[in-house]
Ligand binder design. Sequence first.
Ligand code: ADP
Length: 200
Amino acid sequence: MKENIIPHSYQISVDDRKKLNQHNSFLLWFTGLSGSGKSTIANVVEQELHKKGVKTYTLDGDNIRKGINKDLTFAPEDRTENIRRISEISALMVDAGIVVLAAFVSPYKKDRISIKNVVKDVNFVEIYINTSVEECERRDVKGLYKKARAGEIKNMTGISSPYEEPDNPAIEIKTEERTVEDAVAEIMQYIAPKLKQNNE
Ligand code: ADP
């Protein structure tokens, strides 16, 4: 089957789309424990970008796990497949000229490295939302930690499943020491030159 897939050469390129949008496209990947603050921070970053006229889209558990990945569990091999599909979707969106924000626990280092390979290094901005498991459990935004402690949830990252910290994230935010506004300002400052088209 594969040998019969011959790519068609389309006339509109990613550069044409970026030119039309007047900004670059790339992927902001937020990783960290459940309740660490990924969605909260990504949401404000997206609003700031939107205000600047940047075309954005946010991928998260809500729009991915309920749709395209609804067949996947939280077992290790399914977590890897979850991230693989998200990275392919992100790559298409980056190719479409969009700044993609993705907020996923993504606990395994090898999976995050494979995202970087799929979307290409230059398009991948790894943002580690570093909040201790104690603080995440105290916040328990979705009540998941309580359920995990009660044994109702297996494979809960930070409790019964590992989280592998990034070695060298582009940005690291320690939310116990920073406000959301402060975190957003740092991220906006980091991506400002990346948004400019002639920066590649
Ligand atoms: P995640 O998307 O990582 O699962 P959420 O963003 O849903 O986490 O939840 C994080 C919770 O922590 C929110 O209720 C948010 O208001 C709270 N919070 C407190 N301080 C911070 C901070 N400095 N940065 C981000 N979130 C914070």
